[in-house]
Design a protein around this ligand. Structure first.
Ligand code: PMP
Length: 387
């Protein structure tokens, strides 16, 4: 049976060129970058060249602005906790949105328990945040605005430049969770007035176990990993050199190939969307065009996303019914609910995320199978009106 992997949003294969770049650092070039000998100095050079590559991809003025972490979740924690605690004497108000990843939502909830006030800006049906609503929520106590660049579950890409201009005008720190976007769409911290940017390795073809936070020069954070003072004191702990080298290589490749690969993914994405939407009672989730190149997300009335996934799985197709982080809870996704869907509507979601390994033949197979599965499940659904 044909096998199609279309769950790149949950996990994507590490690029072979990345694996090749990482290999020597497991058992040959094993120096610690803090050591003075040549092996240590080589590790330090590799660390700094990965930092350069990540800085370049984010449009950062200097590689000194990049702090390596262990994952996007850690970067989000460092940005939000670090800024809130460092600037708490200036104010205690944080603005974020109702569709952030749980690593943002749970961190700001925790800050709320220790006295911070949080405003969650709602989104429209297409998942877009209106910059005016952010502007109107700002008070003299606001110290931080956090908005994700793009949502991995519904694909919507936010008007970050506009929000950044508002934050910069009001001199409020602006954190952007760039996990789903960096390496997929052009991101430029300077032009988009971003003060703190979360960058993921595994979401751009690099290995898990590495991540980064861009911290604009002059912005101070309260670190929470204390120890030997690595990463300019922002994140202590021996650096994961193989992981960081891999992340640097992935950043380098993404920067060079983004335009071409993005165009290829958009072609396949739009073919998935245009064809799957021909199925009756089927709707797109997220914005039709302001969306990630590889993201095609839908909802089907009268049937459950879990049943769709399992039936597709039996046909050799690996897909998802929403965020990998919440899909085990059986609770409808907070993102879909925030876009105004009722619980029963949110339960019928299907998320197809394309990646480097996907081909047009994969798309052909998926657009043949999905309507078949929907029709089969609807024949069994007591809710379906045309049985
Ligand atoms: N932010 C966003 C927008 C995400 O989609 C994810 C999941 N890939 C994360 C943060 C957390 O990433 P990780 O689980 O790799 O820390």
């Amino acid at each position: 049976m044909k096998q199609v992997y279309m769950d790149n949003g949950s996990a994507s294969p590490v690029d072979a060129r990345v694996i090749e770049a990482m290999m020597p650092y497991f058992n040959m070039d094993v120096g610690n970058p803090s050591s003075l000998h040549s092996a240590g100095r080589k590790a330090k050079r590799e660390l700094e060249s990965a930092r350069e590559a990540v800085a370049k991809l984010a449009g950062a003025a200097s590689s000194k602005c990049i702090t390596f972490t262990s994952c996007a979740t850690e970067s989000n924690n460092l940005a939000l906790r670090g800024a809130a605690l460092r600037y708490k004497d200036k104010g205690n108000h944080i603005i974020t949105t109702s569709i952030e990843h749980m690593s943002v939502i749970n961190t700001v909830k925790d800050l709320q328990r220790s006295g911070f006030e949080v405003t969650y800006i709602p989104v429209g049906r297409d998942g877009l945040v209106d910059p005016e609503r952010i502007k109107n929520a700002i008070t003299e106590k606001t110290i931080l605005i956090s908005v994700m660049y793009a949502n991995g579950e519904i694909g919507t890409v936010q008007p970050i430049r506009e929000i950044g201009a508002i934050a910069s005008d009001k001199k409020i720190l602006f954190h952007v969770d760039g996990t789903a976007a960096v390496g997929k769409v052009p991101v430029n911290v300077e032009e988009e007035h971003i003060d703190l940017l979360t960058i993921s390795s595994n979401d751009m073809g690099g290995p898990k176990g590495a991540g980064a936070l861009y911290i604009k020069q002059g912005v101070r954070l309260m670190p929470f990993m204390l120890g030997g003072g690595q990463e300019a004191g922002m994140r202590s702990g021996s650096e994961n050199i193989p992981g960081i080298v891999g992340m640097g290589k992935a950043a380098d490749i993404a920067g060079k190939e983004m335009a071409e690969e993005g165009a290829r993914l958009i072609r396949m994405r739009d073919r998935l969307i245009d064809n799957i939407l021909k199925t009756e009672y089927t709707y797109i989730t997220g914005h039709r065009t302001k969306r990630l190149p590889g993201n095609a997300s839908f909802r089907f009335s009268f049937i459950e996303g879990e049943s769709i996934i399992l039936q597709l799985n039996d046909m050799g197709i690996t897909a998802s019914t929403g965020s990998a982080c919440s899909s085990k809870t059986l609770e409808p996704s907070h993102v879909l609910i925030a876009t105004g869907l009722r619980h029963e509507e949110a339960h019928g979601s299907l998320l197809l995320t394309l990646g480097r390994t996907n081909t047009e033949e994969d798309v052909d197979y998926v657009i043949q199978c999905v309507p078949e599965v929907a029709a089969r499940l609807r024949r069994l659904s007591p809710l379906y009106p045309n049985r």
